[in-house]
Unconditional design. Structure first.
Length: 425
């Protein structure tokens, strides 16, 4: 970690979190989570809150610390070494809190945001449905407004914290006009765990265990009208805003792959073969070099994205998507390299590399797959270059032989050139 990236305040916060991860979480706790002996790490969340370490980006009046995004990224680089499940537990108040802070009423903030940051309430978000995840705006969970309540019916799956959360942010269809645009069909509701809200299934996961991931079923749940977050049918705006912390925290958590890389590096400095330490073999030390280069590149794009969010950069959606796509893939590659240089022992549970590998595989799937990130990145960049003012040098004009006819892509352009019209762009 390069301290010059951080302000004094951000560095001090990072150091607080570093000390917490070193002193407050025992190896036995992590082992119990990975064995599914713990269904949800509530005591971990409560302890974070006790140390005032969750939701720190939010205003002090609601229990936050007014910290920057860069500070949160630095914190996640530390928390992430505890595993993806605990990193998610650390991040969930940031994700849920984003919607409450940006779109919630003061009453909602007092009732939900403040106690969540105090560790008194555990939250979760319910987005994905059995029908699919990436086609978010095709949601079939529905809420019908009847008087002063919504009646909610439907299912959500892959809900982290489903078994323990006290309340959920639920995206559901509220506009049933068949001609309505897909972005004006859904709303966001705060749904308390209570009658009609059931966790019907808890998933057995390859990694990221102990996070209480399950399927939720809503059967005629009465949700007070005042639990609507933002505008009626305005859920798309909330969703797009929440995707910033959701994807940014996923990316930042992967920077914690430094822990696996450090284990592998130390191993290569102890293990000998053919009469010398294996770190002396290029087949080994080049993998270390490749890994640390990927890690630093991932850090660069994550902290760049953090500064972009902090400074209200207009194209933050693209940069955050790039960070999520690149850092999650880098994390996966690095932990694979760590296992490779350690050989067979890395595949055993003598070292935690195998657990890290199982964890990191999820990162390229949740909060938007790598393929969805590519879709967003290309869309935003095409718009940025083709549809916005361009005030940079146009290098295309510098070609040695800029034959305009060879730059025609349609018959109409070709005829215009040959008839002396405007040259093709």
């Amino acid at each position: 970690m390069y301290d010059f990236i951080l302000t004094k305040e951000e560095k001090a916060f990072r150091d607080e979190v570093r000390e917490f991860t070193r002193e407050e979480v025992t190896p036995d706790f992590l082992r119990s989570m990975d064995k599914d002996k713990i269904s949800y790490p509530r005591e971990f969340v409560e302890n974070l809150a006790k140390h005032n370490l969750i939701g720190t980006r939010f205003p002090k009046e609601w229990g936050g610390r007014g910290m920057s995004w860069v500070g949160e990224i630095a914190a996640l680089e530390e928390v992430g070494c505890l595993g993806i499940a605990l990193g998610c537990a650390f991040s969930m108040p940031s994700i849920v809190g984003e919607a409450l802070d940006k779109f919630g009423t003061d009453e909602q903030k007092e009732k939900y945001l403040k106690p969540m940051l105090e560790g008194k309430l555990v939250s979760a978000e319910a987005l994905t449905e059995p029908r699919g995840g990436s086609d978010f705006f095709g949601a079939t969970t529905k809420a019908v407004l009847e008087g002063d309540h919504f009646i909610l019916n439907g299912q959500k799956r892959f809900v982290v914290g489903a078994v323990e959360a006290d309340f959920f942010l639920v995206y559901c269809r509220t506009n049933f006009d068949p001609d309505a645009h897909k972005y004006s069909r859904i709303s966001l509701l705060i749904v308390d765990k209570g009658p009609g809200v059931e966790t019907e299934y808890q998933y057995g996961l390859m990694g990221c265990r102990g996070g209480g991931t399950g399927r939720l079923v809503f059967r005629d749940v009465k949700v007070p009208k005042e639990n609507l977050v933002g505008e009626l049918h305005g859920g798309a705006l909330c969703f797009n805003q929440m995707m910033i912390p959701e994807r940014m925290t996923s990316a930042a958590g992967c920077l914690a792959v430094w822990a696996s890389l450090d284990i592998a590096l130390r191993y290569t400095n102890k293990r000998a073969a053919f009469g010398r330490l294996i770190r002396k073999f290029q087949a080994v030390n080049f993998l270390i070099a490749e890994s640390v280069t990927q890690l630093d590149a991932a850090r660069g794009i994550c902290y760049l994205a953090g500064r972009a969010i902090d400074n209200d950069y207009p194209n933050v959606r693209r940069i955050v998507s790039e960070a999520k796509k690149f850092a999650t893939k880098a994390g996966w590659d690095i932990v694979n390299n760590a296992m490779q240089v350690m050989g067979g022992i890395g595949y055993t549970d003598v070292y935690p590399i195998e657990r890290a590998l199982r964890d990191f595989r999820l990162c390229m799937i949740w909060t938007g797959t790598s393929e969805i990130m590519s879709l967003l990145i290309q869309h935003e960049y095409y718009d940025e270059i083709l549809n916005q003012p361009y005030n940079r040098r146009e290098m295309e004009r510098d070609a040695m032989n800029p034959d305009v006819a060879e730059r025609c892509f349609t018959d109409e352009d070709m005829w215009e050139v040959h008839e002396g019209g405007k040259a093709a762009d």
